[in-house]
Design a protein around this ligand. Structure first.
Ligand code: 3HC
Length: 288
């Protein structure tokens, strides 16, 4: 059976591990932080349980998916066919992690789940850069259909094929994009998110009304501010800073975003961002 290691038990890593286990892959979710791993495990198991409660998953399928997942604080990449890192959006961290793995196992496909960082730069730090690729999943990973396959300058054609085949086996759809800052998705998504925050700052409308405008006027499933809460204000701030550096001031994060991040109001995961959250339920705030 194909062995997949997912490193990082935050929102994305946990969601990705759920997807791979559900699709039939033997999966190990790894985090060096025991408390973070425990939280990730609870979220993942709760998500599978919800699938059963909603009738989307049979009890047997849930049990089978559970039996395919292990939760570990260390990992040995030598037996892994595919390693997907989903550690925080910090290029040095990603380089360090993937370069250490690459030295140990030359057969493993090394995937980075980054929103905007240079996969080419990450690959350049690795012993076998031809095996490095970007696999950009979307939140919530179990629901979202797209995975961007990001081709580093060094990625071999064979490994692009391996990655697109994997995405297909996960039941998702891939688009192959060149390694440019923000790829095909974050580049547009961040512009919308940052502009919505600037509009809120300048009093154009309330957060809920800005979101409703895009949900009803443009049929977005979720307005840009609620989406920023879902993704994490810290995550979006890091992407915006990176894209500002790479592409220009149109991506500059507004002061309000920095203020909320400094206050620890990171969105759904901390219970408050542009909304107050209770589970999946977002309540309006009088002001932000
Ligand atoms: N895990 C598993 N399933 C989930 C879920 C989760 N975290 N959240 C929602 N779902 C499922 C629900 O169970 C429901 O399934 P059902 O229709 O079979 O009952 C379905 O999704 C719809 O959920 P709800 O009815 O509760 O609510 P919505 O209809 O509002 O859908 C949503 C929720 C799917 C999150 C939808 O609002 C949406 O698509 N929002 C936009 C998400 C988006 O744009 N994500 C991309 C963010 S950018 C990103 O991730 C890039 C990264 O690099 C930062």
């Amino acid at each position: 059976m194909t062995e997949i290691i997912v490193v990082g038990s935050g929102t994305m890593g946990t969601g990705i591990a759920e997807v791979t286990a559900h699709a039939g892959f033997s999966t190990t979710l790894v985090d060096v932080d025991t408390a973070a791993l425990q939280r990730g495990m609870e979220r993942l198991l709760a998500s599978l349980r919800r699938g059963v409660e909603k009738g989307k998953l049979s009890a047997e399928d849930e049990a089978a998916a559970r039996s395919r997942i292990r939760f570990e604080t260390t990992f040995d990449p030598s037996g892994a066919d595919i390693l997907i890192e989903a550690v925080p959006e910090n290029i040095e961290l990603k380089k360090q992690l993937l370069s250490s793995v690459g030295a140990k196992n030359e057969a493993t496909l090394l995937a980075t789940n980054t929103s905007s960082l240079s996969v080419t730069e990450i690959a350049a730090a690795c012993v076998r850069p031809d095996r490095v690729i970007g696999l950009h999943f979307f939140n919530p990973a179990p629901v979202m259909q797209l995975v961007e396959v990001v081709r580093a300058e060094q990625t071999s054609a064979g490994n692009i094929e391996r990655a697109t085949e994997l995405v297909k086996r996960l039941g998702k759809t891939s688009v192959v994009v060149r390694d440019v800052p923000g790829f095909a998705t974050s580049r547009l998504g961040i512009i919308l998110g940052m502009e919505a925050i600037r509009m809120l700052e300048s009093g154009v409308a309330s957060a809920a009304d800005i979101d409703t405008a895009m949900e009803l006027g443009y049929r977005h499933p979720m307005g840009p501010l609620k989406l920023t809460d879902l993704v994490g204000l810290d995550v979006r701030l890091a992407i915006a800073e990176h894209l500002t550096k790479e592409l220009g001031p149109q991506f500059a994060p507004p002061p309000l975003l920095r203020r909320l991040v400094r206050a620890g109001k990171l969105g759904k995961k901390t219970g408050e961002g542009f909304y107050v959250w209770s589970g999946n339920d977002a309540q309006k705030k009088p002001t932000v």
